[in-house]
Design a protein around this ligand. Structure first.
Ligand SMILES: [Mn+2]
Length: 287
């Protein structure tokens, strides 16, 4: 694939800045306005068809009060014969989207992003997905690889940790484990981050984006601390598209045909049942 490396790198820079100066952002959380819609997705993992469907259905240019939330867009299934993986391109697409619709597009920091920044930590079929991603960048950027990697890292680090609606929803990639929640550093959402926040096992960012199998009671304690009624996450794969983990935790996935997205009003008070009824399967979207 022939690419204009300078143009791609410049776009990552633009999107990084838009994340940093987002007027809805308070610390590490984006606070959505009372009026409008938000279309929530789960992990995307370079599912190009679902991304196309989402964009076609969301019609962002015609709906300036409509927001979309994207996370874990990298590390998909597009490998070449040499084992190089091509999801930098999906990251570029969402960066372009942020530059085109800076007030409407929001990201959530995820564990695959952190693993990619560190260059290690996630294996699939005996291969490091981070090395495969690096090989894809090297293949396509050649002599500009170093600068491209720096721009990608800055872009990923500019992602917020959560999105909040005025109706009491808190949307994030995942939540800490039950064991971590009692001592979790909740100030992480309200302040600038330091390298310690990302530290393996002990950093609050790490704990939050890697946490799995949190019980409904654990998520309830987390929700109380962040002032939310219901928490919506991705992170844990869902073959049927979603899982209701108790009355206060909805898990959704957007990285396969049975995956879902959740279009809702920012100011409306939904119950868990209401949210489940609003889930849309990508398979049912014509685009
Ligand atoms: Mn994840």
């Amino acid at each position: 694939m022939a690419i204009n490396a300078d143009e791609v790198i410049e776009t990552f820079g633009c999107a990084t800045e838009e994340n940093q100066i987002d007027s809805l952002r308070k610390g590490q959380v984006v606070e959505l306005p009372e009026t409008g819609e938000v279309w929530v997705t789960g992990d995307l993992h370079d599912h190009r068809r679902n991304y196309e469907k989402l964009l076609a259905a969301a019609e962002l240019p015609d709906h300036p009060n409509r927001h979309v939330i994207l996370h874990e867009v990298i590390h998909g299934d597009y490998f070449d014969a040499n084992g190089a993986e091509g999801s930098w391109e999906m990251l570029y697409k969402v960066a372009q989207l942020k530059c085109d619709f800076p007030k409407q597009v929001h990201f959530l920091f995820a564990n695959h992003d952190l693993a990619q920044i560190h260059g290690e930590g996630i294996m699939k079929g005996g291969q490091s997905v981070c090395e495969a991603f690096n090989a894809g960048v090297k293949r396509d950027f050649g002599t500009r690889t170093g600068i491209a990697n720096a721009a990608i890292t800055e872009f990923l680090l500019s992602f917020p940790l959560g999105v909040r609606t005025p109706s009491g929803l808190f949307i994030c990639h995942s939540v800490p484990t039950d064991e971590q929640i009692p001592s979790f550093d909740f100030t992480v959402f309200d302040r600038a981050l330091t390298p310690n926040d990302y530290k393996r096992r002990f950093g609050p960012v790490y704990q939050m984006i890697w946490g799995r199998k949190t019980t409904p009671e654990g998520v309830g304690a987390f929700a109380d601390k962040v002032g939310a009624r219901i928490v919506i996450t991705g992170h844990q794969p869902q073959d049927s598209g979603y899982l209701v983990n108790g009355e206060r935790h909805l898990i959704i996935a957007s990285d396969h045909n049975q995956g879902v997205f959740l279009p809702i009003k920012t100011g409306k008070n939904y119950s868990m049942d209401d949210l489940v009824k609003r889930l849309h399967k990508f398979a049912s979207v014509d685009a």
